[in-house]
Design a protein around this ligand. Sequence first.
Ligand code: ACO
Length: 261
Amino acid sequence: MADSPLDPAELQRAGLRLDVDGAVATISLARPERRNALTFSTWHTLARIGETLPGTVRVVVVRGDGPSFSAGIDLRLFSPEGVPGEDTSGPRDEAFIAGLQAGYLWLRRPDIVSIAAVRGHAIGGGFQLALACDLRVVADDVKFAMKEPALGIVPDLTGTKPLVDIVGVPRALELCLTTRTVFAEEAARLGLAELVVPAAELDSAVADLVAAILQVRPETAAATKRLIRQAPHNTLEEQAAAERREQVPLLGGPAAAPAAS
Ligand code: ACO
């Protein structure tokens, strides 16, 4: 295992570990002594992982070392001292934020299924990382909180869209503006977790889920993810057409014709 296409020094600087084992890549947030606080390097390196992921990978598991998934942004980045090795001098413009968002956006790609394995705190950027994944398996000690507004900023790491998609506009607004904590029972009820398990069983529950997903043919899994992801934006007729387009190649028929314009 521990096969990684990236420079180990780059991963370490970013507080990350990457293990690629055949069809499964596991990304570990690996700064438990700081509760896996996230730095600019973390987000840039996550983007690099997405860019360099071997084509054999079909499932990506994102997990955290230690008691917390992630305490969100490393708060020292907001202080004059900053974080050693992190460049905090550049402009905080939209291009800069887009570079950080790239660390999370690739987790929605149709050729992979991404799973967040969350124990303990998932705060701010940590909560948004869990939301960036397709599925969330959580330990019963999970604590989700969108803390950004308490710091005077908005959640800008691609989290507002999945949050609204999952819990709806009023609940998303309430969670963001109160910055309150969502515990396991409510997380399951709101759909923020597909599965809640005792903390000691988190790894085995994720392994079972991964094994089940890998039973499905890669092209079928990718087609299914494309189909399900577009469903909320389509009319019934558009979605029925999308089902037909995805199905024909799987049945061994002619390649899908371009959508009629
Ligand atoms: N940034 C930098 N260091 C952090 C962070 C963080 N976000 N979170 C924890 N740490 C450090 C602590 O300073 C502490 O360091 P020390 O041992 O040198 O004192 C160490 O990690 C352990 O933290 P504790 O607070 O002792 O751990 P505990 O398990 O009791 O609490 C918790 C964990 C709840 C996550 C708490 O650390 C916390 O509230 N952290 C800040 C969360 C936050 O507001 N994040 C920003 C969200 S907004 C965004 O992400 C954009």
